[in-house]
Write a protein that binds this ligand. Structure first.
Ligand code: FCB
Length: 486
């Protein structure tokens, strides 16, 4: 099959004839898609197979409400309460109040006919100081969430770490301190012993690159540290946590399905000049290969990004082995495609990304390129690793400006997005990629990290002043799509 598809091919492939894509405004930030809702796309649920898992994903800090239930402070509590760190000045103290409204949210999930729910455990909710004393209220909360899922025929999928390191541990150096591997494995031991007989699907880390890159190198995410001297130890210790966490789950949970998740983005060079091709390769090494290759026993991608040789400084004897874990699945998370070129800044990478709105391509509200083709290609890239047994799309979704009017949210762009992306996913599957499931980001709108509450990714609209929930048209589209019999 041809490796590149024209835009028209993608439209044909992924949109039904009834769903017409209209590029109403190429100059503005948002691509307007006009899709006739509830029309069936060019595929149906049965095409994905009877065992394919359909779910939605979320993360503790983004939805729960950090001030409830005796949770200890984590790095996101500190970060959001530091002036200037969050674009809107908001925080996750209340967020979507999932802590009290989880049953309502899981009922909406059930009504949309999803059968799986991915959520994360807030480390500081179980262990307010990160180690030591246990908060029983926190333990019981996740039991209630799990039990509610099970009572509704929804399978829980747990992420052990979605960015919210307890502040007490950050105060001891956080991911720059090698002790974090021990703190983390004790925490994973607690979680898996507590919930392991009810929960079989576990993910160790969520997007470690976001933690190391945005959290310890660029200072844009909690804990807000900067520089290569923080980045490199954070990378290595996250890699060790990733594998060690897997080993603890394997030991404690019989028949566990163990994965870890990565932020993935297909990287193209801006043109085929060798300097730009090499720059794109360096970006790919950081964005896509940095954490998976050591887990697979391939080491860090030093050949394509020589600066990574400095990671050696943080190695102890035996680390090459300790970085490896045989994951049952790899969680691929994709939101946009990346185009890169050589640049004199930043050092070490010598490459930069060209923002999507400067490239005349369709974008979401956060200026990420909407690219079903990029999604297809990144799946193929991950599926091509010999050591990757199965893939689960653990996050995919889009933020577009939503308006609540008379209890309705009409979001045709989001529906068209899902139709296009699912078409791309199906194509990769039909060509042999072993994909077990797809999780929409996200069930409800939520706190989008340093962007605050503005970008809305939910299938369910949250009206923040009242915290009332409303199913968007895209949620109804999933409800009808997933209702189809096999
Ligand atoms: C991913 C994060 C998730 C959410 C989406 C939009 O990178 O894992 O928490 O913020 O982006």
């Amino acid at each position: 099959m041809p490796s590149t598809y024209s835009r028209r091919d993608w439209l044909r492939l992924s949109l039904s004839s009834a769903a017409a894509l209209k590029l109403a405004d190429l100059t503005g930030n948002v691509l307007l898609w006009k899709s006739s809702l509830f029309s069936s796309p060019g595929f149906n649920k049965a095409d994905f197979g009877t065992h394919f898992v359909w779910g939605t994903a979320c993360a503790a800090y983004q939805v729960e409400g950090a001030k409830y239930g005796g949770k200890g402070k984590d790095v996101w509590d500190t970060f959001t309460h530091t002036p200037g760190k969050i674009k809107t000045g908001e925080n996750g103290d209340v967020a979507c109040d999932f802590y009290h409204r989880y049953a309502e949210d899981l009922e909406l999930l059930r009504q949309m006919n999803f059968k799986a729910f991915r959520f994360s455990i807030a480390w500081a909710r179980l262990l307010p100081k990160g180690t030591g004393e246990i908060n029983r209220e926190g333990i019981d909360f996740y039991h209630r969430v799990i039990d509610t899922c099970l009572s509704k025929g929804i399978t829980p999928w747990i992420t052990l770490f979605h960015w919210d390191l307890p502040q007490a541990l950050e105060d001891k150096g956080g991911f720059t301190n090698r002790e974090v591997v021990k703190w983390f494995s004790d925490y994973v031991d607690l979680c898996t012993k507590e919930y392991g007989d009810k929960v079989k699907n576990w993910m160790v880390l969520n997007e470690p690159l976001a933690v190391a890159g945005a959290g310890y190198m660029l200072g844009e995410f909690a804990p807000g540290r900067k520089g290569i001297k923080n980045f490199l130890p954070a990378v290595h210790h996250l890699t060790l946590c990733q594998a060690e966490g897997g080993r603890v789950i394997r030991r404690n949970v019989p028949q566990a399905n163990i994965g870890t998740t990565f932020s993935c983005t297909y990287v193209d060079p801006v043109d085929d000049q060798p300097k730009n091709v090499r720059a794109a390769r360096r970006v790919d090494a950081v964005m896509n290969r940095l954490f998976i290759e050591p887990a697979l026993g391939m080491g860090y991608p030093v050949d394509d990004l020589p600066a990574l040789r400095h990671l050696k400084k943080y190695f102890q004897p035996g680390d090459e082995e300790k970085m490896i874990f045989d994951f049952d699945f790899i969680g691929v998370q994709n939101y946009f495609r990346t185009v890169a070129r050589k640049s004199l800044f930043p050092p070490f990478l010598w490459a930069k990304e060209i923002p999507a709105n400067q490239r005349g391509v369709p974008v979401n509200e956060m200026n990420g390129e909407v690219s079903p083709e990029g999604f297809y290609k990144i799946i193929k890239q991950f599926a091509a690793y010999k050591g990757v047994k199965r893939i689960v799309i653990t996050e995919n979704g889009a933020c577009f400006p939503d308006k609540l009017e008379n209890g309705q949210v009409h979001d045709p762009q989001r529906t068209a997005y899902f139709e296009a992306y699912l078409g791309a996913l199906l194509k990769a599957m039909q060509e042999g990629a072993k994909i077990d499931g797809y999780f929409v980001w996200s069930l409800t709108d939520n706190f989008e990290w340093n962007d605050g509450f503005r970008p809305r990714f939910g299938l369910i609209y949250v009206d923040y002043p009242t915290l009332n929930r409303y199913m968007k048209d895209s949620g109804k589209w999933f409800r009808d799509f997933l209702k189809q019999n096999h």
